[in-house]
Ligand binder design. Structure first.
Ligand SMILES: [Zn+2]
Length: 397
């Protein structure tokens, strides 16, 4: 009677952080007997360890990953009979004793947008397997405990990285408003006269007034006069103030005078690749609780970065319908870009282009107190809705 053999990949669930994301997007198994190759496509950077375990009549190899959970299954090839993905785990059933001989993690390339984890399996003797399994089973139990603790920490950390740097107690949400350009950098120019740097400053001051009226926000400005502030200093200021939301205000310019309307940007995939580099350069460290095992730091940082991206997108999606009530918006108006001010790894951030200065109607609107006020009120209402949602979420966790 053939023994039942399986390779089990335990995929730890962090689904609560981003319920909509399907992290394992594809599993492919290729083999002609042994050796066999398993390729897993995933949309988040992973920290992984492949471990062997052995139970009664059953052999497993366990891969620990930071993962969101959903269900899927499929047939195997080579030494793998089937695979099945459940919330928290990915399981491979084998028809012979095999070990992971090689594990590769490949970052996204130009064409390939996902991360790939490649496992090469080959047949080994049952005796060798048993030795490896004894060693790995203990390690696995330890890692599972650590990952569960890390998951609890990540829940606390995500989105409250800023809060962790402040003393606890009743507090106002910290919103940082960044008036684009300034001083030597005028930004875009309206055809009939008028500079972007002046419009963004007026809008930023008006937004601060609108938010102050709620009494629930601590509002900070990266500049409150006609001065130039370096991009990295804008981000550093926001992080030092413990920003929970960063809004950069701009006004666009286009080659065609007919292009008009507001648009909202969050970080692009291309921009994301710069986050780590800039974070290292500028010492933008993600706050990780003392006592966290060193090698879980990377995992926690990935989770915080991912949650920050999710929250930025959530804010952008809330903002668009409000902006549409206040004035024209550009088509496909939530866009992704690699703007420097969006690069903080742990502060949800959006860049709002209030309209096009190259369009006569937009330029008039943005240079009038009434037009600016309409746009600014839309932002203020959205900020209040966003934090009401975040508070509700925290309260229910
Ligand atoms: Zn600008």
């Amino acid at each position: 009677m053939p023994r039942f053999l399986s390779i089990l990949l335990i995929v730890l669930g962090f689904g609560c952080l981003a319920p909509a994301a399907a992290d394992v997007t594809q599993v492919r198994i290729v083999g002609d007997g042994a050796p066999t190759r398993i390729t897993i496509w995933t949309d988040v950077a992973e920290t992984a360890a492949a471990l062997a375990t052995e139970g009664p009549g059953q052999r497993k190899v366990v891969l620990l990953l930071a993962q969101n959970g959903y269900s899927a299954e499929g047939g195997g090839d080579g030494g793998v009979e089937t695979w099945s993905l459940e919330p928290g785990r990915l399981e491979f059933t084998l028809d012979r004793p095999m070990a992971v001989t090689r594990m590769l993690r490949l970052p996204p390339t130009g064409k390939e947008r996902a991360y790939r984890v490649i496992l090469d399996l080959d047949t080994i003797s049952p005796t060798r397997y048993t030795v490896a399994a004894r060693r790995d089973t203990k390690k696995l139990a330890r890692l599972e405990t650590q990952y569960a603790e890390a998951r609890a920490d990540a829940m606390k950390l995500a989105g409250s990285a800023a809060a962790a740097r402040r003393p606890s107690g009743p507090r106002k949400h910290v919103v940082v408003i960044d008036a684009g350009h300034g001083g030597k950098d005028p930004g875009a120019m309206a055809l009939a006269g008028g500079k972007e740097k002046d419009i963004t400053l007026k809008a930023a001051l008006a937004l601060k007034d609108a938010l102050d009226a709620y009494g629930r926000y601590e509002v900070r400005l990266t500049r409150d006069s006609d001065v130039y502030v370096e991009h990295e200093d804008r981000v550093t200021l926001a992080r030092n103030w413990g920003a929970e939301l960063f809004i950069s205000l701009h006004a666009d310019a286009a080659g065609s005078t007919s292009v008009s309307g507001a648009s909202v940007y969050t970080i692009s995939a291309r921009g994301e690749t710069r986050i780590d580099r800039e974070a290292t350069k500028n010492d933008w460290k993600i706050a990780i609780e003392d006592g966290t095992p060193e090698r879980l730091n990377g995992l926690l940082e990935d989770l915080v970065k991912r949650e920050t991206k999710t929250r930025s997108a959530e804010f952008a999606e809330l903002l668009l319908p409000e902006l549409a009530k206040a004035g024209p918006v550009l088509r496909n108006t939530h866009r992704n870009a690699g703007y420097y001010v969006l690069l903080a790894p742990d502060v949800p951030a959006v860049l709002l282009e209030l309209g096009f200065l190259t369009n006569a109607e937009d330029a008039r609107r943005l240079q009038s107190d009434k037009g600016r006020k309409a746009a600014v009120n839309a932002v203020a209402v959205t900020i209040d809705t966003y934090f009401a949602q975040q508070d509700l979420r925290l309260a229910s966790n």
